[in-house]
Ligand binder design. Structure first.
Ligand code: ATP
Ligand code: MG
Length: 562
C-alpha cells in the first residue's frame, strides 16, 4: 500500500478509543488481526475490515495478523484459505503472522480442563432442542440444566470421554457455568465444545470435539498478543463473554471493539447468499465480474486503490446504514480517470466514408494517451477513408443542440480532421448503412490552420485496421436497491437483473492488442474496460468496469469525457 493515500482529518471512534487506551497505559501497542472464516470468498465488506485492521496496526507501528477462524469444519475448505490470502495481498496488505484458530486446539482443550477444575464449566447432556427450551427468552430467564451441578471430577472424566470419542455426535456438550438468568442470552451457560465427527481441513480426524467461536476467539487473540480485537456489531452482545473467558483464565486480555458492517445498496455480500448464486449457477463462479467479491472486483477491473479509497472515504460507523453503491463506482472512475490510457473503440458501428480521401491512403495520427498524465505520451492511430463511428453519434435530422454528426453538419474526429456530412446511404428498410462525408485537409489535429470551430468531437476507428474485441457489458447484478428485503416480498433471486451481462463486438484501434490481461483502459466517451483472462491469441475479451457516467440515474458522476 502506498503512503500517499488520502489522509483523513478526523479520527473515527475506534482510533479515538485506541489513542485513549495508549495514552492511559491500558495497552502499549496496537496489534490487530483480520479473522476470516475460510467458508467462502472475501467480499467488499471484508475489504473494510481489512483496511481498518491493517491500517490501524500500520499507522501505530503495531502488527496485524491473518488468522483463519476455522472452528466449523463442515463449511471450511482450503480453496477458500488460498483465495483469501490472494485477495488480501491483491488489496495491498501483508500480514505479520499467519495463524489458524485450529493451531490452538490443544491449548484451548487444556484451558477447558482448567475451567472444569475451577468449577466454571460442566458437561451437559441436554439435546440441542432441550437446551433451547432451558435457555429462556429475552423476556424470561432460563432454567438451570439438571447437569449443572456435576462435580469437577465427574465433568473432567466426561469431557475426556467426549474427546476420546466415547459419545455420539451431539450427545453432550461442554458449557460455561455463568448465569441462566442473565439478561444477555450469550451469558446463559454458553456452549464451549460440541461433539462433531467431521474432517477438518487442517487437523483431519484428530478431533471429534470442536470449540465454538466464543470459546476460541478471545483466547486466540490473547495467545497472539492482540491488543484490539475489532469485529462487527453483531458481536457486541458477545463482548461480556469474551471478557469473562479472559478473566477466568487469567490471560492477556485484549479489548474487543465493534463497528457497523459495511452494507451497500443493490448488493448482497453475505457468504451465504453468494454461495447460493455460485452453486446454483446464477453467476459464473466466485470471481464472476458481477460478484461483490474481491476476486470479482479484480476480474471486473477495479483497482485495489479504488477499493481502499472507498473504504477510507466511507469511514467507520457505530450504527448500521446503507452506503450508496455509486460511491464505490465513483471511486473506481476517479482512480481510472487518472491512470487509464484512452483508446478509441466503437461498440455500435456504422460505416463512414470520406469521399474526398485519396484512394488507399493511410495516415497515422498521434493521439494523447491520457490527458491527465501527459508523461504517458502518445500513440499512433491509423486513419483512412473508411471509418466506423458509433451509430449514436449520427442523426440524419437532429435538434439544434445535437453536437455530434448530422446530415449537413460538421464534427471533429478525435485526433483527426473536421468532417462535413453531405449524404447517407440506406438499405431497403430505410436503415442507414453508410454515412458520406468530406474531410477538410486543413483541420488536422495538432496542425489545424483553418481557424474552423465545431462544437462536437467524436471517436472513430479505421475499418480496415480495426481490431475486433468481445466486449462484455456488465451491469449491476440486482435491479433493486435492497435485494431480498422483505419489504416487497420478493426473494433476492427474483431481484436478479436479467441484463446484468450482454456481449457485443467492439471495433478497436490496433493499440488495444498491446494490453495485458488485467490492464484497464478508457474507451473514449464510453467507459472503463479491462482485458479479461479469457483473452487468447485469437480473441481479445474485455469487461466493462463502469460506464463513464452513472446510468442508474440519481447523480451525475464525475468521469471526464467530451
Ligand atoms: P459474511 O458471512 O458476510 O462473509 P462474516 O462476518 O461471517 O460475514 P467472517 O469471515 O467471519 O465473515 O469475517 C471476517 C471479518 O470480517 C470479521 O471480523 C467480520 O466482522 C468482518 N466482516 C464481515 N463482513 C463485513 C462487512 N460487511 N463489513 C465490515 N466487516 C465485515
Ligand atoms: Mg461467518
Amino acid at each position: 500500500m502506498n503512503d500517499n493515500e488520502p489522509k483523513r482529518e478526523n479520527k473515527n471512534f475506534i482510533e479515538q478509543a485506541i489513542e485513549a487506551d495508549l495514552k492511559e497505559g491500558r495497552f502499549q501497542n496496537v496489534n490487530t488481526r483480520f479473522p476470516p472464516e475460510p467458508n467462502g470468498y472475501l467480499h467488499i465488506g471484508h475489504a473494510k475490515s481489512i483496511c481498518l485492521n491493517f491500517g490501524l496496526a500500520k499507522s501505530h507501528g503495531g502488527k496485524c495478523n491473518l488468522r483463519f477462524d476455522d472452528t466449523n469444519p463442515v463449511k471450511e475448505d482450503n480453496e477458500y484459505v488460498e483465495a483469501i490470502k490472494q485477495d488480501i495481498k491483491w488489496l495491498g496488505f501483508d500480514w505479520d503472522a499467519l495463524h489458524y484458530a485450529s493451531d490452538y486446539f490443544d491449548q484451548l482443550y487444556l484451558w477447558a480442563e482448567k475451567l472444569i477444575a475451577s468449577g466454571d464449566a460442566y458437561v451437559c447432556d441436554l439435546s440441542a432442542e432441550e437446551m433451547r427450551e432451558y435457555r429462556g427468552t429475552l423476556t424470561e430467564p432460563g432454567k438451570n440444566s439438571p447437569f449443572r451441578d456435576r462435580t469437577p471430577e465427574e465433568n473432567l472424566e466426561l469431557f475426556r470421554g467426549m474427546k476420546a470419542g466415547d459419545f455420539p455426535d451431539g450427545a453432550k456438550s461442554l458449557r460455561a457455568k455463568i448465569d441462566m438468568s442473565s439478561p444477555n442470552m450469550n451469558m446463559r451457560d454458553p456452549v464451549m465444545y460440541r461433539i462433531l465427527r467431521a474432517n477438518h481441513h487442517r487437523t483431519g480426524d484428530t478431533w471429534c470435539i470442536y470449540p465454538t467461536y466464543d470459546w476460541t476467539h478471545g483466547q486466540s487473540d490473547s495467545i497472539e498478543n492482540i491488543s484490539f480485537s475489532i469485529c462487527t456489531l453483531e458481536f457486541e452482545n458477545h463482548r461480556p463473554l469474551y471478557n469473562w473467558f479472559c478473566e477466568k483464565l487469567n490471560i492477556h486480555h485484549p479489548r474487543q471493539m465493534e463497528f457497523a458492517k459495511l452494507k451497500l445498496s443493490s448488493l448482497l455480500v453475505g457468504k451465504r447468499f453468494m454461495l447460493r448464486l455460485v452453486k446454483e449457477g446464477y453467476v459464473n463462479g466466485w470471481d464472476d465480474p458481477r460478484m461483490p467479491t474481491l476476486s470479482g472486483y479484480r476480474r471486473r477491473g477495479y483497482t485495489p486503490e479504488s477499493i481502499r479509497n472507498f473504504c477510507a472515504d466511507v469511514g467507520v460507523a457505530k450504527f448500521n446504514s446503507t452506503i450508496d453503491i455509486i460511491r464505490l463506482e465513483n471511486s473506481v472512475r476517479e482512480h481510472l480517470n487518472k491512470i487509464a490510457p484512452r483508446r478509441m473503440v466503437v461498440l455500435n458501428p456504422v460505416r463512414l466514408t470520406i469521399t474526398n480521401w485519396p484512394e488507399g491512403q493511410v495516415e497515422y495520427t498521434e493521439a494523447i494517451n491520457n490527458p491527465e498524465r501527459p508523461e504517458d505520451g502518445r500513440r499512433n492511430v491509423p486513419f483512412s477513408g473508411t471509418l466506423l463511428i458509433d451509430r449514436d453519434d449520427f442523426k440524419e435530422e437532429a435538434p439544434r443542440k445535437f453536437f455530434r454528426l448530422k446530415k449537413g453538419g460538421a464534427v471533429r474526429l478525435r485526433a483527426g480532421y473536421i468532417i462535413d456530412c453531405h449524404d447517407v446511404v440506406k438499405d431497403a428498410d430505410g436503415n442507414i448503412t453508410e454515412i458520406l462525408c468530406t474531410y477538410d485537409p486543413e483541420t488536422r489535429s495538432g496542425s489545424d490552420t483553418s481557424g474552423r470551430k465545431v462544437k462536437g468531437t467524436i471517436h472513430w476507428v479505421s475499418e480496415e485496421h480495426a481490431e475486433k474485441v468481445e466486449v462484455r457489458l456488465y451491469d449491476r447484478l440486482f435491479t433493486t436497491e435492497n435485494p431480498g428485503s422483505s419489504e416487497d416480498g420478493k426473494s433476492y433471486i427474483d431481484c436478479l437483473n436479467p441484463e446484468s451481462l450482454s456481449t457485443v463486438t467492439g471495433y478497436a484501434e490496433p493499440e488495444i492488442r498491446n494490453h495485458a490481461v488485467g490492464e484497464q483502459v478508457q474507451y473514449e466517451r464510453i467507459g472503463y474496460f479491462v482485458v479479461d483472462q479469457d483473452t487468447t491469441d485469437e480473441k481479445i475479451v474485455m469487461n466493462r468496469i463502469v460506464p463513464l457516467r452513472d446510468t442508474w440515474g440519481k447523480m451525475e458522476a464525475k468521469g471526464t469525457t467530451n
